[in-house]
Design a protein around this ligand. Structure first.
Ligand code: FEO
Ligand code: CA
Ligand code: CA
Ligand code: CA
Length: 600
């Protein structure tokens, strides 16, 4: 039953059917509109977008490219928020007609630098229409780009491993790269994960020192020229010339949108890997716990527990205290154990004989402040080369951990494991209870419960909530719910919760042949596991950044039109502007026509 009707979980909309349309499709009775799109002015004085005459100066004041995470920080008066968007990456062949890597110009590179980073935009809800409107606000709006200054904080700040010729202090970095997902902290700042930063750095292949080479290769750095050729325009992107610059990316960054003059920071205490994002919950004792995924096939899940306690309130004193919470604490990596015999996991994905993919696990400490728990690694090495340190303690290799997010209603943690088509391939790990399919194309969702509900605990239990894919296929599992009554879902990526604690998941790379979308799933009671599709995004796009408020939903529509054979010369999507226009990544709001509650 994918229809409406009143339910305890409040999810009363009628599911959207899978489709391949070049538009955003929302349930009957709902509306949607673009809030802001690539090239729209963010800063006062920024020009109107002109695809054929784009400049770096214009882009530096406009909304960047390929927005991924989206977060709202309430301004505390009226229906107004500061909306923070990550601009994960640029796709030059969609941004410039006739683009070629070997003929890239300085202006194109400078446009790409300005199109990366983050945007802070004041948004306001128009009560009459229900629409969310972006404002060009003089006080709060902000663009962060590859040229913006960041401060490194925490135990590895100032380390020799982070010093460069431009920054002999090892504490000041220009820019943030490949900002994927993120989270809003309880103290009103935004965390954002630097993910596939390796792609921007050239010439790792020319490094011969075995230790340096191993460190680079564990982070996916090898070979010669980078795909965008930035090293030809700024030598810090050339590993052979500036070996430590790459160590200054791959962090969780924190920005305070309510303090527009503040310098954003990179938190070394949260470790360096391909950070999908970070999401914080306040534990019962007041300490804060950040959950994180390293989005790579066979990589790990992490958490950080602060030493100090959260101070409630919005006083200057409390805000300054809370902004330092992620600088001191303990970093852990996750090890999962299944409770069913290993022989029951032949990779087909069928349920084990006890009827659940489930078990227990532990958080293995890696470092705390200046103290390392990993033999052979100093604390600084644990933070800067976290993947290698984690390898040494035997954590569980997961199927691409993307968002890992605590549910504030039940304190359980939900991890989107997007897919891993390499599982079970020659020389690679096979199926395990927490990652039960070989050639995993559709991904799964894991639910973790800390011992006694204490988010600072080092022991936990876990179960798979969803094994995604076609509900008609024997290798899928929908929390035990009747599979004839659910929406198909593939490649879970970002996670959010509504005020009732229902899980919302956006997808990236739907391997079932239809467009990506956003789904709502009750996690308690008789409807647990009933996946219902709330919206779909246009052709070639990924759905990300979901924000679920009581009366509207925001999604990022990232890389619309990114399908095989498409480019700016032959666009295969014309969303959102229609006609013969180029596709433009954008933030979209959806709301109920009667302006009622979405989660009723
Ligand atoms: Fe940028 Fe892991 O998605
Ligand atoms: Ca089991
Ligand atoms: Ca993602
Ligand atoms: Ca993704």
């Amino acid at each position: 039953d994918l229809g409406g009707g009143r339910r305890k979980d409040g999810l009363n909309f009628t599911a959207v059917a899978p489709n391949t349309e070049d538009r955003v499709v929302v349930p009957d009775g709902y509306e949607q509109s673009v809030v802001i799109r690539w090239g729209d002015p963010v800063l006062p004085g920024a020009p109107k977008f002109d695809f054929d005459r784009q400049t770096a100066a214009a882009q530096a004041g406009q909304f960047g490219y390929n927005n991924d995470f989206c977060g709202l920080v309430p301004l505390g008066w009226g229906d107004r928020w500061l909306m923070v968007s990550n601009h994960e990456y640029t796709t030059e062949e969609f941004m410039f007609k006739g683009w070629r890597a070997d003929a890239t110009t300085r202006e194109q590179v400078e446009i790409a630098w300005a199109a990366h980073g983050m945007s802070v935009v004041l948004v306001e809800r128009d009560r009459r229409s229900g629409r969310l409107v972006a404002k060009v606000d003089r006080r709060y709006n902000r663009r962060v780009t590859v040229k913006s200054e960041f401060r490194l904080t925490g135990p590895a700040a100032g380390s020799d491993l982070l010093k460069t010729s431009a920054d002999p202090t090892g504490t000041r970095v220009l820019g943030t790269l490949n900002n994927c997902a993120g989270g809003v902290t309880p103290w009103g700042t935004i965390l954002s994960g630097e993910e596939n930063f390796n792609q921007y750095f050239a010439n790792a292949g020319s490094v011969t020192d075995p230790v340096a080479k191993q460190r680079l290769s564990r982070y996916g750095l090898s070979g010669g020229a980078s795909q965008r050729r930035w090293e030809e325009f700024d030598e810090r992107f050339d590993v052979a010339r500036e070996p430590n610059e790459v160590n200054r990316f791959g962090w969780v960054v924190e920005i305070d949108p309510l303090d527009p003059g503040s310098t954003p920071v990179k938190h070394t205490a949260l470790g360096r890997f391909k950070h999908e994002g970070a999401n914080v919950i306040i534990a019962r004792d007041g300490r804060v716990v950040a959950y994180m995924g390293d989005d790579e096939r066979f990589d790990y899940m992490y958490k950080f527990v602060s030493d100090e306690r959260y101070k409630p309130g919005s006083s200057k004193h409390a805000r300054e205290h809370n902004r330092k919470l992620l600088d001191r604490g303990t970093l852990y990596v996750a090890k999962f154990r299944g409770d069913s015999p290993a022989a029951e996991f032949d990779g087909s994905g069928g349920l084990p004989s006890d009827g659940e993919f489930d078990g227990t696990g532990e958080w293995i400490p890696l470092a705390s402040g200046n103290r390392s728990f990993v033999p052979g690694f100093t604390a600084e090495e644990v933070y800067v080369f976290t993947r290698l340190a984690a390898d040494a303690v035997g954590p569980t290799k997961m199927d691409r951990p993307e968002d890992v997010e605590p549910n504030p209603r039940n304190r359980r943690v939900y991890a989107a494991l997007t897919n891993n088509t390499d599982r079970g391939k020659a020389g690679k790990e096979g199926a395990t209870e927490p990652n039960p399919r070989v050639g995993n194309r559709h991904g799964h969702v894991l639910e973790l419960e800390e011992r006694r509900g204490d988010n600072t605990a080092t022991a936990f239990s876990w179960k798979l909530l969803l094994v995604c894919g076609d509900p008609n296929s024997a290798d899928t599992y929908f929390g035990g719910y009747d599979k004839s009554q659910v929406s198909p879902i593939s490649c879970p990526d970002n996670v959010a919760f509504d005020s009732r604690g229902n899980l919302w998941i956006s997808t990236d790379g739907n391997a079932l042949g239809s467009n990506d979308g956003l789904f709502a799933i009750p996690v308690e009671g008789r409807y647990r596991g009933r996946v219902k599709q709330f919206l779909t995004v246009p052709r070639g796009a990924e759905t990300c950044g979901p924000v679920v408020e009581d009366d509207f939903v925001l999604v990022s529509v990232q890389h619309p039109g990114e399908v095989d054979g498409a480019s700016a010369d032959t666009p295969l999507s014309h969303w959102p502007d229609g006609g013969a226009t180029q596709p433009r990544p954008a933030v979209v709001a959806a709301w109920k026509k009667d302006k009622g509650r979405i989660c009723g």
